[in-house]
Design a binder for this molecule. Structure first.
Ligand SMILES: O=C(O)c1cc(C(=O)O)c2c(n1)C(=O)C(=O)c1cc(C(=O)O)[nH]c1-2
Length: 559
């Protein structure tokens, strides 16, 4: 059947997984219970599928389950349709990529969207491709932007109110982040909303007029001079949508360049959460977690809405180490607390003003105040790869807990002079990531949004880089770079099952039911930003091998 907006919004559907996040709210929670704390020990592979080819690298994709098929993307802008029952390949599409693509952090893709009879995904040369679900033939293709200027796409598109909503990657190259709405059936652009203050939003009706000056309504106020023209704030993680508030939520990346002394001011709307009207792109509220960021603290992380004390909030585990609880309707900050042990850039978040209490001495200094070439080196935590990065967390309405894949690491960081050049790295900083502890970097943490307490944690030697899923069976599933998919007790973190997938898991699991049987799937294939940018941590994990496959599991005996 054609996928409709009502099907995508139907939270009760356990037979399909029609969106990134297992529901547009991004809770990654399933009501299925056949696989539970008592039965999970009997979980065995049903089938496995290899992406093949000579190309491997990071596999961060969340499979989509629809109409008896799995749609799964892979590295280098590939997508496969697989028969759910047999694991047989139905078709594949390999996007022809130019040599000169410039993704900052590996050739990854996090998944596709489905609508009508189409499956739609973004490519590393910044295009959107819509394929026929049955044949894999191209139905439409749209160029989103210029890959030679540093634009790329790695996130899964979002469908909200029947609109296809996408972001862009490229913050490290001084692109201008934005969110766009399109007709999913044709690719036609409906609106475009840049995420750097000073740029206007546009609605593409018959006269294509500027329609939105953002929540401040000012041009260029939080950026000095011309820097807003290359301000970064990319929307590289995509977004979530809550039918209850009618708002789409997009996180924004770091301001460009990294050297914060070049851009005194808050640099809106970098390192923020934006709530947008899905039909017009208008910004309804904005909350900035790291004003005048100096540490590459992208606020791109997912905003996951949930109910607490009879009210709708959103939870966000920010790259900067703080977990934010925000009123989903108004953007009012409710609470903010650390979810990692070491944070050096701010002592706390002022709950009245919503602003961080910066520790001034721990901001890397202005190179023009020293020898002109290099500012002072500071040791900062979290490291720029974040207390949390691209790997999505999960929320269980059953336990009331968020399950956050966190990392404990720090970095030496210093500033350097830099000027913008199209297609060149636009950082103005140097850095080396270092572990903080001998025995672990990753920690899966159960976080109580009411109290800010860590209820339990499971340490992991390598940095955690895969997403999380939780179920009404009382379970939390997550993968590790060491290759395991694990199931643990949602209440205690006790490990109940694990399976070696053959390569590192840096992707989020999903679950669905078919013919009375519950299945779990996860993609395996080590990569992403850690091996490329991880400094001393990359050296520590360079024994891990690449791969590229999807695994599907079910219980050995029918219950
Ligand atoms: O600023 C950006 O546009 C941008 C894009 C991406 C991306 O698209 O993957 C990453 C980052 N930044 C980034 O800072 C980062 O740490 C990162 C890690 C990963 C990954 O997939 O492992 N992507 C990205």
């Amino acid at each position: 059947a054609d996928i409709t907006n009502a099907m995508i919004e139907n939270a009760k559907d356990t037979k399909n997984v029609l969106s990134f996040g297992m529901g547009t709210q991004g809770q990654r929670y399933s009501t299925l219970t056949q696989i539970n704390t008592k039965t999970v020990g009997q979980l065995v592979p049903a089938w496995s599928f290899s992406f093949g080819g000579e190309k491997q690298r990071g596999q961060e994709s969340q499979p989509i389950i629809a109409n008896g098929k799995m749609f799964v993307t892979a590295s280098y802008s590939r997508i496969y349709a697989i028969d759910l029952k047999t694991g047989n390949k139905l078709w594949k599409y390999e996007h022809r990529l130019p040599e000169a693509i410039m993704p900052c952090c590996d050739v990854v893709n996090r998944g596709a969207a489905v609508y009508g009879n189409l499956v739609i995904f973004g490519t590393l040369d910044a295009q959107l491709v819509a394929l026929d679900q049955n044949t894999g033939k191209i139905v439409w293709k749209e160029k989103v932007d210029d890959y030679a200027a540093g634009y790329s796409m790695t996130a899964a598109p979002l469908i909200a109110k029947g609109v296809l909503i996408t972001g862009v990657s490229g913050g490290e190259f001084g692109i201008v982040g934005r969110v766009e709405g399109r007709n999913p059936l044709t690719g036609e652009l409906l609106w475009s909303r840049p995420t750097v203050e000073g740029h206007m939003g546009y609605k593409y009706d018959k006269d294509g007029k500027a329609t939105d000056a953002g929540v401040t309504g000012t041009v260029n106020k939080s950026w000095p001079g011309e820097l807003w023209k290359t301000g970064g704030a990319s929307t590289w993680m995509g977004g979530t949508y809550d039918p209850a508030t009618g708002l789409a939520y997009f996180g924004t990346g770091n301001p460009a360049p990294w050297n914060s002394h070049l851009r005194p001011g808050d640099n809106l709307y970098s390192s923020s959460t934006l709530a947008l009207d899905p039909t017009t792109g208008q910004i309804k509220w904005a909350y900035q977690s790291t004003p005048n960021d100096s540490w590459d603290f992208d606020g791109a992380n997912e905003f996951v809405t949930f109910d607490m004390n009879g009210k709708r909030y959103g939870g966000k585990a920010d790259r900067n180490g703080f977990f934010y609880v925000i009123d989903a309707k108004t953007g009012q900050l409710q609470n903010a607390f650390p979810f990692v042990n070491k944070i050096t850039w701010a002592s706390s978040i002022d709950l009245k003003t919503g602003r961080p209490n910066f520790i001034a001495a721990n901001r890397p200094s202005d190179p023009t105040k020293g020898d002109g070439k290099k500012g002072s080196t500071v040791f900062a935590a979290p490291a720029f790869l974040g207390a949390k990065n691209q790997m999505p967390m999960a929320y269980s309405p059953q336990t009331g807990l968020f399950y956050v894949p966190a990392n404990e690491w720090g970095m030496e960081i210093w500033n350097e002079p830099i000027t913008y050049k199209k297609g060149g790295a636009y950082l103005g900083a140097g850095f080396t990531i270092k572990p903080l502890n001998e025995d672990y970097i990753g920690a899966l943490r159960a976080v109580d949004p009411k109290t800010g307490k860590i209820v339990w944690e499971n340490k992991n030697s390598a940095p955690l880089w895969g997403g999380v899923m939780t179920t009404a069976g009382g379970l939390v599933f997550y993968g590790t770079p060491e290759g395991f998919l694990k199931a643990v007790d949602a209440k205690s973190g006790k490990e109940l099952w694990k399976f070696q997938t053959g390569s590192g898991v840096v992707a989020p699991p999903v679950t669905w039911e078919d013919g009375g049987v519950q299945y779990v799937a996860v993609v395996s294939g080590w990569g992403g930003a850690v091996p490329l940018w991880g400094g001393e941590v990359a050296k520590k994990v360079n024994f891990l091998e690449q791969g590229g496959s999807v695994w599907v599991f079910k219980l050995a005996t029918k219950i």
